[in-house]
Design a protein around this ligand. Structure first.
Ligand SMILES: Nc1ncnc2c1ncn2[C@@H]1O[C@H](COP(=O)(O)OP(=O)(O)OP(=O)(O)O)[C@@H](O)[C@H]1O
Ligand SMILES: [Mg+2]
Length: 410
């Protein structure tokens, strides 16, 4: 069925509405076919989960592998992990396929593998498979079943860095299973570059060098331009290239942000009409209006004036640096260098999580809409538009990437 709006903001995107990622999809298929595991890294909202869902739909993967997607976002310990794994395991066709079911049944009817009561450890009477949701699988059991399937398996653990927060030594436990798997390839995906790098690139860590690293970059501007225009065309609408470029630069190519704005821009464009920069701006203003309350609450959550002023200073600067210099302290009426440093620590910390450090000494608000809200409130939106490309280029240079994503497709 044709959707009313072709710009999706959920992780499951039907193929016709999925933008680019051809090179990345091919690269992943290639790794998997050649027997590699992969660790897929990207900042939040760039498109890791969508890419994995897209990969699962590709004929080369769909026909040749049993695919399991395990999202462990929000899991707090190994037991949560096992629950999520089991949920994906039972939902997968391997658990439904009659042939495999027989194998599973035979496997569990083996007296050696009685399923135990997880609360008090006493063996339960043998359980059949009539009500799979009541069955509990141990990690060993699930991995054993996977090892015996006819088709090889592709298992994705999304937000994998989460296991580093578990109280148990989860990485060591999991690695002891995964390293024995011949029939299963793994993709470990996550947004904490630092944690994933530690897990996979520090010798002595259980997952050290157990997967090919792959950094997922933003979608290139040329690919996004082409995609947007074709989506508008599909519905007999048009969009100015300038409007696409403006949105892309304002949001530094962040996939979620640009998709949300394009969704709004598309909705505001009637058939046979052409969306302009003004249409895109009107879509952005509508989003800012809807989030007004959210932004005000965020400001109220800040304990003190110093944090508010420092946040304002970063928002205003866009990509802020030299925050403790006498010129900045004066311009933004900030108290002194140490109070700015304290404020920065809190603003970047897990509790508030409002600011990210870019490169060595630069700071930027995490939520670009929040930055734009400040600009709009101040009547400085035009300034944001005119400086957006420079700020974006600088940001990419600071993070060690050039302005054009390497996967750029023509
Ligand atoms: N190739 C694409 N084409 C169109 N939209 C996309 C594409 N990739 C991602 N998106 C959109 O961008 C948003 C973010 O994507 P996704 O949830 O996959 O990111 P993520 O990297 O997994 O984020 P998180 O770290 O928060 O889990 C989604 O709303 C999705 O619809
Ligand atoms: Mg995700």
């Amino acid at each position: 069925m044709t959707p009313d709006n072709p710009f999706f903001i959920t992780a499951r995107i039907p193929d016709p509405y999925f933008c680019d990622r051809k090179a990345e999809t091919e690269q992943l298929i290639d790794y998997i076919h050649n027997g590699y595991n992969v660790v897929l890294k990207a900042p939040r909202r760039i498109g890791k989960s969508s890419l994995i869902r897209h990969l699962f739909q590709q004929p080369e993967i769909k026909s040749r592998y049993n695919t399991l997607y395990v999202d462990i976002f929000g899991s707090r310990d190994l037991s949560d992990f096992i629950n999520e794994f089991q949920r994906a395991f039972l939902a997968a066709p391997i658990a439904k396929g009659e042939k495999t079911m027989k194998k599973i049944k035979a496997y569990f009817s083996n007296p050696y593998f009685s399923i135990s009561d997880s609360l008090n450890g006493t063996p339960l009477p043998k359980i059949g498979f009539t009500a799979p949701h009541t069955v509990e699988y141990t990690l060993q059991e699930m991995f054993d079943v996977l090892e015996k399937t006819d088709k090889p398996n592709l298992v994705v653990f999304d937000e994998f860095q989460q296991i580093q927060n578990y109280p148990q030594r989860a990485a060591a436990i999991l690695r002891s299973y995964t390293q024995q798997m011949n029939n299963t390839r793994f993709i470990y995906s996550g947004s904490s570059r630092h944690l994933l790098q530690t897990m996979f690139e520090v010798s002595g860590e259980p997952f050290y060098k157990s997967a090919m690293p792959m950094n997922l970059d933003i979608i290139s501007l040329s690919a996004y331009r082409e995609f947007c225009s074709s989506m508008f065309h599909l519905y007999k609408k048009e969009i100015d290239a300038d409007a696409i470029d403006m949105v892309y630069n304002l949001f530094s190519g962040n996939t979620y942000d640009i998709q949300v704005v394009m969704k709004g821009t598309f909705a505001q464009t009637a058939p046979r009409e052409k969306a302009s920069q003004d249409t895109a701006l009107s879509a952005i203003f509508e989003i800012l209006e809807n989030r007004e309350q959210d932004f005000r609450e965020k400001m109220n959550e800040l304990d003190n004036q110093k944090e508010r002023k420092t946040l304002y200073c970063i928002a205003r600067e866009g990509l802020a640096t030299g925050l403790t210099s006498s010129q900045m302290l004066k311009q933004y009426q900030l108290d002194n260098a140490s109070s700015v440093q304290n404020a920065l620590k809190n603003l970047c910390g897990d509790k508030l999580n409002l600011v990210s450090r870019v490169g060595k000494n630069h700071y930027r608000l995490q939520d670009r809409f929040f930055e734009l809200w400040f600009a709009k409130t101040d009547g400085r939106f035009d300034e944001k538009i005119s400086t957006a490309k420079d700020a974006f280029d600088k940001e990419r240079a600071l993070t060690g990437v050039t302005s054009a994503p390497p996967s750029q497709s023509i």
